[in-house]
Structures are given as C-alpha cells and as structure tokens.
Design a protein around this ligand. Structure first.
Ligand code: MN
Length: 714
C-alpha cells in the first residue's frame, strides 16, 4: 500500500498547487469510513481507494482527482452522506464524488452488445467533469487487476465483458491507450483464457526458434538510424495477445498468417525527425506496400499521433515500425491525462483534421486555461450534449434527442407502446407525459388496453417516429368518424328514395364513381366530398336519369358548341350534331324546337325565338324537341338579359352583387347605349335552367338602380 506521505509527494510533484491538507484529511476519512471492511482478496477495503488514487498519480492528475479517488466508494459502501463530503471537502469534491457514485450505480444490465455503444455514450454524457470519468476508469482498472480474487466465475466474466465492451473503448476514446491496453489484456485473460494461452505459447515457440530475434532487429534498426545522424531510441515488443486475437478474428487468419506480431518503436526528438527516420527506413529496407499510415499530419480522432510503416526488416522478417516523438509517445499512452501534463506546450494545441468538437474544445481550454484546476474544471465532455440516455425497466438503454419526453421514449421502445401510453413513471414516480427526460432516468410507461394517442402530444414530442405515429393515429381516427357519418348519409339518401339501404346496390354503382370500396364512399360522404343526392342519382339512374345529365352537361357548353355524344334532349335524330342558338340561348325548362341546318346539324331555339320566322316556309326542317329531364347544369348554360340601369356610382356593383347572391355568374357584359342618366347593356349569365334565370330576373327587377330587365332575344 502507498503510504500517506508518499501519495502527497507524488501529487505535489505534478500539481504543486494541490491542497495537501485536503488529501491528508481524505486519506484519514476514507480509512476510517471503510473501517474493517475487507476486499475479496482479504486486504482492508481502504487499499482499493488508495490504489485508485495511486493510479491517478501515475496519470499525473491534480489534487482534487486524488481526493475524489480516496473518497469514491464512501457514499455507496459506507454510512457517509454527500452532505458530509461537501461540508468537509467543499462543493467541487462533493460534485466529483457524486459523479463517480452515479457512474458506479449504472451497470450494464443487459448482455446485448448493441447496448454497449449507448452505454458508453451515457457514461460520457454523465461525466460532466472529465475527472469523474478518469477516476471511474482508474477504479475499474484496479478492480480488474484484482479480479482473480472474486470467487464467483459468472461475476468475473460479467465484469470482464463490461470492461471489454464499455470501459476499454472509453479509455481509447479519450486517447488513454496504456489504460485501454491493460484493461483489454486483463479482460481477455478472464474471458478467453485458452486463446490467450495459445498465443502466448506461439510467442514462446518463436522466441526459442529465432533466438534473440527481437534484440537483433532492435540493434540493426538502431544502427541504421543512428548512422543516418538521428538521435533515436528503438524498442521492440511482442504485440499484445488481445490485439493479435482480435486481428485473427477480424481477418479470419491464423497466427502464422499474421505478418507482424512484433512491433518496433522508434522514438525521436522532433516531428521533422519522424519523417527523416521514415525516409531512412524506407531507403534501407523494402517497404511493404499499403501499410504506411501517417497519423502525425492527420491524427486519429482521439488525438493519437505516430507514423506507422511495415518493412521487410534486417532479418528478412516483415516488421512494423512506429515512429514518434517522446511527446507523441506520452500523449499516446496517457491521452487526455497527457494533455493535462503538457498544457504549457502550445504545440499540443489545435490541429486541423480533428473532427470531434469536444477534443477541440478540450484543447482550446488547454491553451487558454490559467491553471491546471481551471483546465480540468472546464473540461466538460461535450460530445453527447445533444442526447439523453434512458433505461427501460428491464435495463435496456434508449438514446433520445435532448428534450425528449416519455411519449418519445414509449414510441422509441415500440410503436404499440407509444399508441397505448397513458402515463409514465420516471424513476418510480408518476410524472406528466410532457416531462423532459434526463440522463440515466428509468422510465416505466403506463399503458391502457386501447390505443389512444392524443393529438396534443404532437406539441411536445421531439422524435420523428413519435410525431409520425401520432399523426397517423389521429388521421385514422378522423377516418373512423367520417366513415360512421358517411354511412348515415348514405342510409338517409336511400330513405329519401323510398328504398332500403343496400350495400349490394352501392357496390354495383362504385365503378361509376371510380371508387374501390364502400368504406371509401362513406368517407367521401362523411367529409362532404360527395353528396347523398349524387349517390342516389348514381344508384337509381332509371328513376332520375340524373347520372346521364351529370355525364353530359359538361359537354353542353355555352354558345353553340356542338355536342358529340348524348344530349339531354328528346326527339333528336341519332348521330346528328346539336348546337344551341346564340340568338335565344335556350335553357333547360324552356320549350324548345330544333331546326335542321345543312352541314351544321340541329340548331336548338326557344319556341318564341324571333329567328324562327325565317324557317316558317320549311316545316320539314323543324324537329319537335323537349328537354330530357329537369337539368341541373351548374352554370354550364347561359341566359342573355338586356338591362337598363341608372348611370350612377355603384350601379354595376349592385347588379353583380344581386346576380352572385342568386348563384348566377356573369360571363359577358356589353354596354350597348349610354346617356347621361341611363345605361343600356346586355349581360350573359351562367345559370342552371330557365327557372334559375327567372329568379335572377325577379331579383334584378327588385333592385332600385335597375329600370328594366328583359330576356334578350337577339
Ligand atoms: Mn471503487
């Protein structure tokens, strides 16, 4: 065990400003709090927080991190409260200890690997202060170092798997490769002892076969580089069993097929020398193509820098050589922690190509922070600020955007859960559905037996999935209502015809309406896109003949446009073109007569049209015609009126208002005579039939500015 004064000395060596008194008090406090508790190894429990603090001094962390490490298990494992910690050690330490305690309470409850990435994000998001994460990683490292003392094999495996899936990648993400390597190796030993053993055995075999191969290569590489004038330190090491095993898995190759199981490292004094050393190596040895990587000009996202190359080395072996400076080496080993100790050096500053904002921000703070405390305090992990991570009751982790509510959560779990959601328990308490979720919240959705999403949810959900589902549900609910309403309308239409409601009859009429189902028809009726009257006309054409009219009328257009197909007129000769005379504008409801004209077919006139005088001598050209039924033309036919109105402001406006009020439409207007007092004019009005036109004439006659209105015959 590290002694108290030793610990203080180590901290003071890297953080001269560290609060010595605080470290001493934390040491004593933690020792007393854990009292006679024992580790699985039989050691006093206090040895654990002390070792964790020791690991953090190796990472050269500040006094506050060391104090936090000493206290990190007191809240969870002893009677100590957070208030007590705050009273004795201040708010900063209390916050850090609280952070570590929260992380420790989170356990990967599910075995599913797909959860691992979310879990790592959760840990990052919850580690508001990076020191929390560093203490947690050191805690895990010490627990892994002493894993063998735990008797329960299942528990050992769970901890090892969690380390491999969660903590080692986290260490890697913040650039702490030495910590990552050790965590991986310890977990690998536990999880895959046979694989680990066989790889070690292979190395042993190679060592015996090749004699002192590694040192011979180290010597040869050193000579080559030093001869070229470089100041260099070369070392060689067997690659770690876990990284070899992973490569074998990934590339599906055997140990023998792996080219470089030994890695050599050349540490030089400057960045320029990295490239000079690379040049020397590439001239001296044959380069293995496709294996060169320059992480110096383009660092990895976690800040790692080095040049990697593979050459056919001095012993005819393929060897990988990593070239880096001393500083790059320390950064690669310690990651974020190294930035802390190199903070005075501006060359560790912002580099292009870094994509993770949080690293850039980290380095920004690094450059501008006044002291080490400020640096660490402001080093918030910004990477997952826009997300929250919540648990299901079973422990599955759901990632949601910031601002998400229990409704978003419910839909993220399953759309069926969202549709039947009526309430939510957040960390065991019933909370409103619009509550914003926080990191680490456990959500239990209270469900009803029937689906009942509320349209108001749309106002507060933030996920697209929730919004889409809610809209879909609201639409389908509206459809249900229209459907019921539409059926009522259809039934009423049948009653109006004195018939019993029959869906069979409606089905035969569906093609005429270009509809596919009765449901579709009901929805149209319910929405008002189709009237019950229209339905009756289609279903009972022999009664009303209105469907015929409906089909034809669009063709019976204004003026004497010829009508190709059936017209609503009885008494025509089949195949003869029909025109409506412009002189009298015959309207449905008026008595009509047809005059056969050479080359033009039949011209339809009103019976009282003046022009008929011209045909008095040719009775053979007359056709007795009649309108086929009562026609509703929707303003497709025109009546012509001649008016005399007072010449005063607003007269024309009054006319158009009266006509519009009576559902007519002025399609043409011509002033034929104009005096100081009066206007004479002719207007064409689109009307449904002669009765419609008569109504308009009556209304116009009742209008004060109008002197006279007559049906125009010209
Ligand atoms: Mn611990």
């Amino acid at each position: 065990m590290i002694r108290q004064y030793e610990l203080v000395e180590r901290v003071k060596a890297t953080d001269p400003a560290a609060d010595e008194d605080s470290i001493n008090r934390a040491y004593v406090f933690s020792m007393k709090a854990h009292g006679t508790q024992k580790r699985a190894s039989g050691d006093p429990y206090f040895s654990h927080p002390l070792e964790v603090a020791g690991i953090l001094t190796e990472l050269k962390l500040d006094g506050a991190s060391i104090v936090t490490a000493l206290l990190h298990d007191t809240i969870e494992d002893t009677l100590t409260t957070l208030d007590e910690i705050e009273r004795l050690f201040g708010p900063t330490i209390a916050k850090l200890v609280d952070g570590v305690t929260k992380l420790s309470r989170l356990e990967l409850q599910s075995d599913q690997t797909k959860q691992a990435e979310n879990f790592r994000k959760l840990l990052l998001a919850m580690s508001e202060d990076i020191r929390v994460l560093l203490v947690k990683l050191a805690d895990r490292l010490h627990n892994m170092r002493t894993l063998g003392y735990i008797a329960d094999a299942d528990k050992r495996r769970t901890v090892a798997r969690e380390t491999l899936e969660i903590y080692a990648p986290l260490a890697e993400r913040i650039g702490m490769n030495a910590m990552k390597d050790e965590l991986e190796d310890l977990a690998f030993d536990e999880l895959y002892p046979e694989a680990q053993e066989s790889i070690r055995a292979r190395f042993e075999f190679l060592r015996q076969q090749g004699g002192d191969l590694v040192s011979r290569i180290v010597e040869a590489l050193t000579t080559t580089l030093v001869t070229a004038g470089l100041e260099v330190e070369v070392s060689g090491r067997e690659k770690r069993p876990y990284s070899i095993w992973r490569k074998m898995q990934r590339k599906h190759v055997t140990f023998e097929q792996l080219a470089d199981v030994i890695a050599f490292r050349a540490v030089v004094t400057s960045e320029d020398d990295c490239y000079r050393a690379l040049g020397v190596l590439h001239r001296a040895y044959r380069v293995v193509p496709g294996r060169f990587k320059d992480y110096v000009s383009t660092p990895k996202l976690n800040g790692y820098r080095s040049i990697h190359t593979v050459v056919v080395g001095p012993e005819r072996q393929r060897v990988e050589v990593q070239v880096r400076t001393r500083k790059m080496h320390e950064e690669a080993e310690l990651g974020v922690a190294a930035h802390w100790s190199f903070k005075q050096d501006s060359s560790a500053g912002v580099r292009e190509g870094r994509q993770y904002r949080w690293i850039r921000e980290l380095l920004d703070i690094l450059e501008h922070a006044l002291g080490p405390e400020e640096f660490l305090e402001h080093t918030k992990l910004e990477m997952y600020r826009d997300q929250v991570f919540c648990f299901t009751p079973k422990g599955d982790l759901i990632a949601l955007p910031q601002g998400a509510t229990p409704v978003d959560f419910a839909y993220a779990v399953h759309s069926g859960v969202g549709d039947t959601c009526v309430g939510a328990k957040i960390n065991g308490r019933m909370m409103p559905l619009r509550t914003e979720l926080g990191n680490g919240d456990q959500i239990e959705i209270v469900r009803s037996t029937v689906a009942a999403p509320s349209p108001t949810w749309e106002n507060f959900v933030v996920t697209g999935k929730a919004r889409t589902r809610i809209r879909r549900f609201v639409r389908s609910q509206e459809r249900e209502q229209y459907l019921a309403l539409g059926r009522g309308i259809a039934e009423k239409a049948f009653r109006a015809e004195g018939r019993d409601y029959s869906e069979k009859l409606i089905e035969t009429a569906l093609p005429k309406l270009k509809l596919k189902s009765i449901g579709e028809l009901h929805v149209l009726l319910g929405r008002g896109d189709l009237t019950g009257k229209h339905l009756a006309e289609v279903v009972f054409p022999y009664r009303r003949l209105k469907d015929v009219v409906g089909n034809v009328l669009p063709l019976v257009r204004r003026r004497s446009r010829s009508v190709e197909r059936g017209v609503p007129i009885k008494g025509l000769i089949a195949g003869m073109a029909v025109h409506y005379a412009e002189c009298c504008h015959p309207l449905p409801g008026e008595r009509i007569v047809g005059i056969v004209t050479t080359g033009k077919g039949v011209m339809v006139h009103t019976i009282d049209c003046d022009t008929l005088v011209d045909f008095q001598d040719d009775p053979e050209r007359w056709l007795d015609l009649a309108w086929d039924a009562e026609v509703e033309a929707d303003g497709e036919l025109q009546g012509r009126l001649s008016l005399v109105i007072s010449n005063e402001p607003g007269s024309l406006g009054a006319i158009s208002t009266v006509i519009a009020e009576n559902s007519g439409n002025i399609s043409n207007l011509k002033i034929t005579n104009r005096s100081a007092d009066l206007f004479e004019m002719v207007i064409d009005v689109e009307v449904e039939d002669v009765r419609h036109l008569s109504n308009i004439v009556a209304a116009l006659r009742a209008t004060p500015v109008i002197s006279s209105v007559e049906r125009a015959r010209m």
